[in-house]
Design a protein around this ligand. Structure first.
Ligand code: ZN
Length: 67
């Protein structure tokens, strides 16, 4: 029997936060990445190599265990 740790339902958990992300400009590619996770000003898509454009996206909040 496999063990699946179930996440506890925490009412203080933020379901998502709107943040700026890089989104791939290719219509057949849905790749995106957080702006703060990329080190380039105008990154290329790591999957298809197309340009990426800054857009707003609701993403799960980053839980930083160091905080
Ligand atoms: Zn792409």
């Amino acid at each position: 029997m496999r063990y699946f740790p179930r996440p506890k339902k925490d009412p203080s958990l933020n379901p998502g936060v709107e943040t700026t992300v890089w989104a791939c400009t290719s219509r057949i590619c849905s790749c995106w990445m957080r702006v703060e996770m990329s080190f380039e000003h105008e990154p290329a898509c790591p999957l298809c190599g197309e340009w990426m454009t800054a857009t707003q996206k609701t993403v799960p909040k980053i839980i930083n265990p160091r905080f």
